[in-house]
Design a protein around this ligand. Structure first.
Ligand SMILES: NC(=O)c1ccc[n+]([C@@H]2O[C@H](COP(=O)([O-])OP(=O)(O)OC[C@H]3O[C@@H](n4cnc5c(N)ncnc54)[C@H](OP(=O)(O)O)[C@@H]3O)[C@@H](O)[C@H]2O)c1
Length: 257
């Protein structure tokens, strides 16, 4: 007997920031496979074109545009163009992050703190603020912030970045009550060390990788697709009673504040 099961995100429109490679690209692919119409973006047109073609060649309903999340005009354009093309916005995955500083925390500069907090925290909030009224109109929406295991247990050489990710854990909690009144669920995911370009310094050298994996009970790095599945769950009706939470996806790494 033939069965027809609707895809879990059929009819939904999703914006995923920083989505031309790595975790954002994997999330975009998964949400599109689950039925959503997905708008990808990043800073460089060439990267957007390449990722859009890759996903469209896989038969997925994906369009792309440039959006540097630190630029208020870009954020506004992302929202207005998504609405023009797709009619609504149901899902926002806030995935962009900057990390210009690697070293001891007392060696970081005020410029680096400004850049990291502007991109990782302030821009994330203001894009959510731009999108929320459109979700409220429908009485339904989902926002997911991509934070990090470093938000719970700071990486020694990524102090400022880690603190910015702790701030996102707070942002999820701070937004949840008002979002609930607006019909929006807001959650976070906190990946551990996932194999992407961003984390390459941690997994490309065998000696460093061995050292890092001592902290990872499952003794391997994560893959972007393993973050994507959790995000898809959080924005689906299966998570209809989940809001104000952050799910750690870190192979058992320590995750207490
Ligand atoms: N990989 C990990 O181990 C790990 C662990 C925990 C958390 N995370 C978090 O996961 C997220 C994605 O990281 P990833 O590992 O997937 O990185 P990635 O593979 O290096 O990809 C970064 C993506 O972000 C885009 N991008 C960079 N700056 C941007 C900006 N200001 N505005 C818009 N797009 C921007 C890049 O494209 P363009 O160059 O074209 O802009 C690219 O598509 C980040 O929030 C990161 O903090 C990663």
């Amino acid at each position: 007997m033939a069965t027809s099961l609707a895809l879990p995100l059929a009819g939904k429109v999703a914006i995923v920031t920083a989505s031309t490679q790595g975790i954002g690209l994997a999330i975009s692919r998964r949400l599109a496979k689950d039925g959503a119409r997905v708008v990808i973006s990043s800073r460089k047109q060439g990267n957007v074109d390449k990722a859009q073609k890759q996903l469209q060649d896989e038969g997925l309903d994906v369009t792309g545009m440039v959006c540097h999340v630190g630029n208020a005009e870009d954020r506004k354009t992302l929202v207005t163009k998504t609405l023009e093309r797709n009619g609504s916005i149901d899902i926002l995955i806030s995935n962009a992050a900057a990390n210009p500083a690697m070293g001891n925390i007392f060696d970081t500069t005020e410029e680096q703190w400004t850049k990291i907090f502007d991109t990782n925290v302030k821009s994330a909030f203001f894009l959510a603020k731009e999108v929320a009224p459109h979700m409220q109109k429908k009485g339904n929406g989902n926002i997911v912030f991509v934070t990090s295991i470093g938000g719970y247990q700071p990486f020694e050489l990524l102090g400022c970045y880690s603190v910015s990710k702790t701030a996102l854990l707070g942002l999820v909690k701070a937004m949840a009550p008002q979002c609930a009144e607006m019909g929006i669920r807001v959650n976070g995911v906190a990946p551990g060390v996932i194999r992407t370009k961003f984390s390459a310094p941690l997994h490309t050298s065998t000696s460093i990788a061995e050292e890092v994996l001592k902290q990872v009970p499952v003794k391997r790095f994560g893959e972007p697709v393993e973050v994507a599945g959790t995000v898809s769950y959080l924005v689906s009706d299966d998570a209809s009673y989940v809001t104000g939470e952050t799910i750690v996806i870190a192979g058992g790494m320590q995750s207490r504040l």
